[in-house]
Design a protein around this ligand. Sequence first.
Ligand SMILES: [Zn+2]
Length: 363
Amino acid sequence: MQTINTIFVLSKIKYMTVKRFGKPSSSLLSQKVSFFEENEHFVKNQQKIGTVYVQQPKRTCCKNCATPFGSESDFLKDNINYILCEKCNHLNGLHEDTTEFCEALYTKDTGKEYAKNYNSDSVNDYNYRTSSIYLPKAEFLYTTLVSSNVNPNHLNYLDLGAGSGYFVAALKKMGLENVRGSEVSKTQVALGNAMIGEEVIDVHEMDKTNEVLRNTKSEVVSMIGVLEHLQYPREALAEISKNKNIKYLYISVPTFSLSVFLELLSPNVFHRQLSCGHTHLYTDKSLQYMAEEFGFKSLGEWWFGTDIVDLFRHVRVALEQNNSAQNIIGSWSENFIPLIDAMQLELDKKQMSSEVHLLLERK
Ligand SMILES: [Zn+2]
């Protein structure tokens, strides 16, 4: 499933790192219509959660490397202060994501509130989302292992924070057999198992994440959009580091990118990148620091993002908020949408995109 925007670079430094850049935005544009149509609802929710966040105790150490902060704040956005770690270059919000904060975000009504963003109404929707969004993620994992002379079919997989099981479903679609998921939301687990048609996802309590990692026999652990939401990512990474069964760690994390700067300009447009559950963001450097500290090295990196979709969205929503004429809104969409992928690819190639998929291998 190689896309037109895909470029592979093999660099021979100490080991081979597969690098891929870019991903077409069409499926994202069609699946995230609510961010355009229900902007006001998302902004209100963002501000409500932000109000809870700033009431939490001050974060004093970097979420990624645990080094105490050297200064007060580097910038303020939506009443929240942020700081870049001097040691590892990780971007931190200056309050802790306490249990109270996490529970308000993720487990209220056994996950129903959070699941709203990701729910599927039908098997068709579920399968479409699996194929358009999650299959490329599974394919990147698969092909990167193959290019490292590893047979993916001989490995066991655990998807931690499996949500409604989209990535588990995608791995199974790739023909992989030994795949399981684990997730805290009972609602999402029930949906995922029903959609996949077998009991492949287990429920675990939020405070049992480390136990799941400690006990797994799987050689590949994936956490797609999960690490940034963990209350104690360093503890989870330490468990992974200690569990020698785990040979590969596949993660997708949000990064400090252009989208954050757009958010600084637009207080009335939903902040998709740095708000709500995203209280800190990774950078190329902070990820390298993390891999090194926990005894892993990068086997493959896929940089792509939604920065330019965000740029499109910020302007489009602003035009609507200003009661602009329909022909102006129409011409903005008509002229800008065809540029999105090419513009984003330039950011991706500089590793400045809003997301990265990393396949790490134990050293
Ligand atoms: Zn740090």
